[in-house]
Ligand binder design. Structure first.
Ligand SMILES: *Cc1c(COP(=O)(O)O)cnc(C)c1O
Length: 362
């Protein structure tokens, strides 16, 4: 393949996809009701269980992560009950909007952008009101904050009727995530972030409690009806036509991830976080996220003091064949993000930082 003009993606999704993985998509098409497909589904399923650290069933279907937000809200929140949404950035805000757009009643705990939610905040809320679900974003991609999911899970656990729903779109396979140990009922993600696949495949781990809840909800929609998806999934299949080419790529990518080791993958991301923080600190930027909660997969560089021209930076870096981010939403420009996720290696990150040094004249 090889393309001298290809700009390597340093944006937080879609991320750079390795050539071997792109090539894996070019296998001859198979029918999704064939044995070959069931085998493919089964192989991916067992590797995804390892990736999620769960014994729960995993579902996969053609969608982006946004689709599974809608599926989670519709299948887990009863119309006469409420959900608690933890909001602290653009993505957690959007999920709350989606619950509302589906007619669900919600309460929101809001923190300043750059801050994390704490287990104490959730404990207080659960004492005051009963909720069908607690909805939290593992890794808030707009701010570069990773929420303390394990601690929040501990708080939710004793509440039998409260499902713990986690968006790990930009955390999964980059930041530590242990679905069973942390008591996560529904962990949703998509293929194009730290999973390092092309966009189009949505996956989630689903507990039995989620399915029991879904059965109590008469109008949970059609495309993301978890009961139907789980039923067909038990036969290693999907209700509608899945993105088979991306699944070929996922099969190969998961083999490579198993070879690297999930925990080693988390460790590589932590090492890249450290490199990026050291760079941001020593060049007079600093990091936007509250330090103890800074994301292993994406660093939001604080640009408020140094105030570099992010458009000029991106243009300069484009000349080095890197596609850079310029910040997200209301913190665009006052921050910019360096994604160090997926299959990025420390050597590539060094190249990115060297390029940025050239731009700022460090
Ligand atoms: C990218 C992202 C989403 C949206 O996922 P899509 O696959 O683009 O629909 C949701 N949540 C987080 C945290 C994200 O980073």
């Amino acid at each position: 393949m090889g393309n001298a003009n290809h700009k390597r993606l340093v944006i937080p999704g879609p991320v750079e996809v390795r050539e071997e993985i792109l090539q894996a998509q070019t296998q001859w098409m198979i029918g999704h009701r064939s044995t070959a497909f069931a085998d493919l589904y089964g192989r991916i399923h067992s590797k995804l269980q390892t990736a999620f650290q769960t014994q729960n069933r995993v579902i996969m279907l053609g969608a982006s992560g946004t689709g599974l937000w809608e599926g989670a809200s519709r299948n887990c929140i009863r119309d006469d009950k409420k959900a608690l949404h933890l909001v602290g950035g653009a993505f957690s805000e959007r999920w709350a909007e989606i619950s509302k757009a589906n007619g669900k009643q919600i309460d929101v705990i809001t923190v300043e952008w750059g801050q994390a939610h704490t287990a104490e905040m959730v404990a207080d809320a659960l004492q005051k009101e009963s909720y069908d679900a607690v909805c939290v974003v593992h890794n808030e991609t707009s701010t570069g904050v990773t929420n303390p999911i394990a601690a929040i899970g501990e708080v939710v656990k004793p509440y039998e009727d409260t499902l713990f729903l986690v968006d790990t779109v930009s955390g999964f396979l980059g930041a530590e995530l242990r679905v069973d140990a942390w008591g996560i009922d529904f962990a949703l993600t998509s293929s194009q972030k730290a999973f390092a696949l092309p966009p189009g495949l949505a996956v989630a781990s689903v507990s039995e409690k989620v399915l029991a809840r879904a059965k109590q909800i008469p109008y949970r929609g059609y495309y993301f009806d978890l009961i139907e998806i789980a039923k067909v999934g038990d036969k290693n299949n999907t209700p509608s036509t899945p993105p088979i080419s991306i699944m070929f790529a996922a099969d190969k990518q998961l083999d490579d991830i198993m070879t690297e080791g999930v925990e080693n993958r988390w460790a590589r991301h932590l090492a890249m976080r450290q490199t990026t923080h050291e760079w941001a600190d020593s060049r007079g930027f600093g990091v936007f996220a509250d330090r103890p909660y800074a994301s292993p997969t994406v660093t939001t560089v604080d640009n408020r003091v140094k105030n570099i021209d992010v458009d000029a930076m991106a243009k300069f870096m484009s000349g080095k064949n890197f596609s850079m981010d310029k910040g997200y939403g209301k913190i665009k420009g006052t921050t910019f993000r360096i994604a160090h996720m997926g299959d990025m290696q420390p050597e590539t990150l060094d190249e990115v930082l060297t390029g940025l040094d050239e731009f700022i004249g460090a």
